[in-house]
Design a protein around this ligand. Sequence first.
Ligand SMILES: *Cc1c(COP(=O)(O)O)cnc(C)c1O
Length: 317
Amino acid sequence: MENKNRGFQTSCIHSGEEWNKSGHLSPPICQSTAFEFPNTEEGARRAADIHADEFYGRWGSRNEREFEAIIAALEGAEDAVSTSSGLAAISMVFHALLQPGDHCVAVHNCYSESKILIEELCKQHSVELTMISSEDIENYRNAINPNTKLVYAETPANPTITLVDIQEVSRITKEQSDAIFVVDSTFATPYNQQPLKLGADIVLHSATKYIGGHSDVVAGVCAGNKDLMSKVRKAFSFHGPKLDPFAAWLLCRGVRTLGLRVQKHNENALKIATFLENHPMVNKVYYPFLKSHKQHDIAARQMTGGGGMVCFEVKAG
Ligand SMILES: *Cc1c(COP(=O)(O)O)cnc(C)c1O
């Protein structure tokens, strides 16, 4: 849970401590998949509590709960659900929120496997899908209708660094439907952008990237209010794309330095982008914090740094 008095770095370091009941500064890894209950009442209580960390392994261990609590704090969310990959997080959100006959609006200029997954999920579950380009906000306005149940955006987009104005799409979504607005914020990280504070309903990440930060764990996470996360957690508990407790432990360790790492990514990437922009062999550079980026105004409004990804075109192919 978010503590308003904490700065970002302090939240990285001290969130989730309530799940480490051991007194060990580095939390023990809980490999147990089954648990002893002191009495039947307590067993029944845990069985009814989808958050229980000591009921059954597929529901997740306290290592996962600790990681989820850190992400919830960093995103300003009530709750978070961790998954075994970024794509699994997308999949669980779609399973939790969409029924046959619903309409979904998503973007084709996003991480290519997210696009394939979304197309497959909608096809298999008879969800009507409108794929748009996120480059023009009017596309959202034209695509969202009263039957739309989920609106999807990725900002900055992988790999083109196209941005989506989160506040504006949230406003259009709420004006034209009851849909849940979902933002993949992987490239930004919670350090540079907090979509829930800009009107998104669910933020999700491939934690494989910056959140893990050490190229040694594949993971995903999504965050939002209690009600939405309970729906996602329910889908998750049946489908079972859970993190391994050691993977969760690695994520907790990785995320402790997220603020410091992303600060440095922001600095270095802006230097490289500026260098490339002035290079005679380079045609065009895409980086949200370059003044020449056509969406620089959106970046300045909703992000505190441009992140570590730079995209550029060389002259003569
Ligand atoms: C990598 C990535 C994903 C997929 O995450 P995995 O952890 O590889 O499943 C989704 N969205 C974005 C923006 C990504 O960069």
